[in-house]
Structure formats: C-alpha cells, structure tokens
Write a protein that binds this ligand. Structure first.
Ligand code: FAD
Length: 388
C-alpha cells in the first residue's frame, strides 16, 4: 500500500500523516515544495518526492499510474486536492475508487456513508484506489517511524511527457476567499450555533468573519435550520477542521460537533452558559450574549480602517470589547502567533475583554463538562470516534 500526498507550496494536505500511517509509512509526495513537506511529515518511513510544480492532476495521474501499479492499494487523503487527483489516478490505473473511507487495508476499506450514520465494508477483489477522510483515523506514537528514508521518485518523464494537454490551463491563481474556502483548509473559523438564533445574526457572523479574514462554519442545528449550507457544518457528519483560530458563537460543544475540531490552535467561545463543553475546551471563554458580541465587533470593524489599530477608547454606545486584543489585532493581516491572544493565560481575562455584567471563565478543564446533552449524544450513530 502507498499513500500519495499532494503538496502545495511546501504544505502538506489535511490528513497527510493519517494517510501516510494508514499506508504503513510508504509515501509519494507530489507537487511543489516536496522537500519541506517531507520534513514536516511525521508518519513517512519511505518517502519518495516528485517535484512536479503547480497542481496538474491529469498529467500527474497519467505519469504516476505506471509507477504506482506495483502497489495493490493507493490511498490519498480526502483533502480538496486528494479528491481531485484520486479519481483521475483510479481511471488512469483502471482501478475502482473507494471514497470517504475511515479505514483502508489490503483486503478492502470501510467507508462512512449516509451522513456518517452507516459504515459500509468494501471487500477488495483486486487492486484499488481509496480516499481517507481526514480526522477519523488519528495517529499514534506507533505510527511515527524510528527511521526514515527520503529520496526522489524514480520517474522517467518528470516533465509529464505527452500528458500536458490533460489539464486545464491556469490563467491566474487568486488568493483564497475565506467565505468560499474549504473549511478543512481554513486557518481561521468563526462558527455559529443555535445560540445565534436567526438568519440576521448569521449574516452578521459572515460580515464579522470576513473582516477578520475568517471562514464561517457552524453546527448541525444551524445547517439543518437552513441558516448555513451543509458544506459549512463542522463535526462528525460534517467537515473535519484544523484551524489555528476557532471562535464559537452560541455553540454548546456537543461531541458530534467537537469531534470535527482537530487540534485547533486557539479556541474562543462566546456563550451564556459558562459550564457548557465548548466553554470548557476554550482558551478564552466569554460568558456573554453572542449576537451582542457580534454587533460590538461589527461596530469596531466598521469604524476601523483596514490595517489600522482600533480606537484606544470605547466609542459611545459600544461595549468595552473595543479594547480586547482579539478585536484590536488586524487578524486578517497578522500572523496568529503575533496576536496577544496567544499570550492570554487560561482563565485570565484580557484587558477590557468583558462587556458589562459579563463574566470570563477559564477553559482549561476538558473533563469539567456539565452538559447532559453532550453526554447523552456521545454514543450516537455517526460518531466514528476512531483514533480520537
Ligand atoms: C448522528 C448525529 C450526528 C451529528 N453530527 C453533527 C455534526 O456533524 N455537527 C454538529 O455540529 N452537530 C452534529 N450533531 C448534533 C449535535 O448532537 C448537537 O445537537 C449540535 O451540535 C448542537 O448544536 P448547537 O451547539 O448549535 O446547539 P445547542 O446544543 O442547542 O446549543 C446552543 C448553545 O447556545 C447557547 N446560547 C443560547 N443563547 C445564547 C446567546 N444569546 N448567546 C450565547 N450563547 C447562547 C446555549 O447556552 C447553548 O450552549 C449530530 C447528532 C447526531 C445524533
């Protein structure tokens, strides 16, 4: 079995290590910046790099097909690029494609279907290609090889031979639009739940998220109510995300939702219930009315020119949120590591972070959840729970 990982700008795709681990450490890296990506890959034992330039799935599939033919199973992460390359690879190799799997081995695969409620076993009758959903398998210490070997992929036609015409011509590459970006790739996510209440507040969430350079996500309650498209649902039956910043507005933190949150860098939660699971897992927990916080943020971004520091004093009618480090930092242009958010100790209120009568609580006790709802749903169908 071999894992094929698409690299862009030296960055590994979502689910790279899980896919490498599933393939037993046998990996092909293809794209641009494969050397840096090989350094970042923890679960690769035998790593072959093909520095193939910009994404060209048609050409890559045609070139890789004969090389990968020796492997009975070829597995790719179900990242956007992986989902693009996998069917082309399967077609070029004349093999069946199994998508959305949560486990793969030489005998077949387990695919999560019907919104994650059903696990279907695919029994292999020969070689096949599969995509593995990021965030389902997880990786453990046993998946990290003690030794590894990195070298170039032995390839006869590194320039693609006569396959150049298989791909669309790229006229321009525009910067990612956080509003349209695949949530699995978003570094910043502002998410809304039932606590936001109505469509107006979700529109406000989108407006504020855009100003902060963040993508919008939400809970299943929000998507079921039609307040967000289903592609924006985070959780076990939605998208698995791994943002550097996750801000939850009016989200209780049910296990089916937090199951889709993979290693978030910083979690901020705004909720009227100080003891709900989302507040317990937050680095910064604001006990406050979520729509009111959004309105205050919207007011700040409306009066702050892009890139400029917000007013030092609280404008008339606005809450003291204007002085919070989160709002004061032009997130869209500033690396997260540089924001004072990272420096706020758990449980400590950043200067001016609280609205009048609001309370800030620490969120460093994951086991302290008091939500009966989360406990009651933790064994529901659809939570694969594997590897977490
Ligand atoms: C098989 C199955 C699969 C599922 N898959 C998913 C999934 O993929 N993703 C997912 O998200 N869910 C999923 N669910 C649903 C999940 O169990 C929860 O019901 C859901 O995540 C809860 O969404 P919520 O937090 O928006 O709503 P609630 O649990 O109702 O929480 C609302 C929160 O808002 C707070 N609140 C209320 N008013 C305010 C206010 N004015 N200001 C601030 N806070 C306020 C409340 O205190 C509460 O914490 C699944 C369920 C099942 C059974």
């Amino acid at each position: 079995m071999v894992a094929v990982l698409v690299v862009q700008g030296g960055t590994l795709p979502a689910g790279a290590d899980e896919t490498a681990a599933e393939a037993g450490g046998q990996v092909v890296l293809v794209g641009d910046g494969t050397g840096a990506a090989a350094d970042a890959l923890r679960c690769g034992a035998e790593v072959a790099c093909w520095e193939a330039g910009a994404f060209a799935p048609g050409r890559w599939a045609a070139t890789l097909a004969p090389i990968l033919d020796a492997h009975d199973v070829v597995v790719l992460p179900a990242s956007p690029d992986g989902r693009d390359l996998a069917p082309r690879l399967a077609a070029a190799m004349g093999r069946p494609l199994v998508t959305g799997t949560v486990r793969v081995d030489r005998t077949g695969a387990i695919a999560a279907t019907h919104g994650g409620r059903v696990h279907e076993r695919y029994v292999a009758r020969g070689p096949f290609v599969a995509t593995l959903e990021p965030g389902c398998r997880g990786v453990g210490l046993a998946d990290v090889p003690a030794e590894r070997h990195v070298g170039p992929l032995a390839i006869e036609e590194p320039d693609g031979g006569g396959h150049a015409g298989l791909d669309a011509e790229i006229l321009a590459v525009t910067p990612p639009d956080p509003a349209a970006m695949d949530l699995a790739e978003s570094p910043r996510i502002f998410a809304g739940g039932a606590g936001l209440g109505d469509a107006d507040n979700f529109a406000l969430l989108g407006h504020v998220a855009e100003a902060f350079g963040a993508s919008v996500g939400g809970t299943r309650v929000a998507t079921d109510a039609g307040l967000l498209p289903h592609s924006r649902q985070i959780g076990t039956t939605g998208v698995t995300v791994r943002p550097r910043l996750y801000v939850a507005f009016g989200i209780s933190g049910a296990v089916q939702h937090t199951g889709g949150l993979h290693d978030p860098g910083h979690v901020v939660s705004v909720n009227v219930d100080a003891s709900c699971p989302m507040m317990a897992m937050a680095d910064l927990a604001l006990v406050a009315d979520a729509p009111a916080v959004l309105r205050a943020l919207a007011e700040i971004v409306a009066t702050t020119p892009p890139g400029a520091a917000p007013p030092a004093t609280t404008p008339p009618g606005a809450t003291p949120l204007a002085a919070t480090p989160l709002a004061a930092t032009p997130l869209a242009a500033t690396p997260l590591a540089a924001t004072p958010l990272a420096a706020t100790p758990p449980g400590a209120a950043p200067p001016g972070a609280t609205a009048p009568h609001d309370e800030v609580v620490g969120g460093d006790e994951p086991g302290a959840s008091s939500s009966a709802d989360a406990g009651a749903t933790s064994s529901a169908a659809g939570d694969t729970g594997e590897g977490r």
